[in-house]
Design a protein around this ligand. Structure first.
Ligand code: HEM
Length: 187
């Protein structure tokens, strides 16, 4: 994946535990700690190894690390100069998720070798929908759950996210049920 992703993992670790923790993560992962170039594509193995090493360093499961990373990605990309792209994606979670492929499509004009995930929203109810996620990469579903939670925070919305169907060898497709908590109106 692009260095931007690995750099975000680095920032997450450094902000939580400091530079020394990041050095240990790189050592565990067998990765050079000299720094990733955001615009340069790296082998996916590096990202997966970093996630494994972060989970050992922080005493969390890989699932927890990926979910935390997904939440962090929303803040990180906005800080790294992609805030306008994020803002153009919509002003509430449901519409943003519906525009996600178009937004990533614009990102692809910058990161031209991106291997894009695909998303589709299937409405169930006014406040409930399914988010379908397809990727050629396995194992990133918890990141998507974290991304949705991070986006909900960005829009000041309360949501429950449930991973209702996981990809199988036969199909690279995960499904999440997203339910918005409706504010009770005071009498
Ligand atoms: C403007 C903000 C964003 C930028 C600049 C950005 C950029 C990127 C880049 C460069 C990658 C690596 C792809 C590769 O190297 O093949 C990536 C992956 C990914 N992005 Fe985004 N992204 C943004 C926002 C989002 C949002 C809001 C979501 C919410 C769901 C999202 C979901 C993902 C996922 C799940 C992946 C992992 C790739 C996979 O599933 O195969 N991104 N993104």
């Amino acid at each position: 994946m692009y260095g931007l992703v690995n750099r975000a993992i680095e920032q997450l670790v450094v902000s939580a535990r400091g530079e020394a923790a990041w050095e240990r993560v790189c050592h565990r992962a067998g990765v050079d700690s000299d720094g990733f170039v955001a615009m340069c594509p790296y082998h996916d193995d590096i990202t997966y190894k970093l996630v494994g090493a972060v989970s050992e360093e922080l005493g969390l499961t890989a699932h927890q690390v990926l979910e935390a990373f997904g939440e962090y990605w929303v803040l990180y990309t906005a800080d790294e100069g992609y805030g306008e792209l994020m803002s153009a994606g919509g002003s509430d979670l449901r519409s943003f998720l519906g525009n996600l492929n178009a937004m990533h499509g614009r990102v692809e004009t910058i990161f031209t070798k991106m291997r894009l995930p695909r998303f589709r929203v299937e409405d169930l109810d006014e406040d409930e929908y399914l988010l379908h996620y397809e990727s050629e990469r396995a194992g990133l579903a918890p990141m998507v759950a974290g991304l949705v939670k991070g986006l909900a925070k960005r829009f000041g919305q309360q949501v429950e996210v449930e991973h209702v169907a996981a990809r199988t060898d036969a199909g690279a497709h995960d499904t999440f049920r997203v339910r918005h908590e409706v504010m009770a109106i005071a009498p």
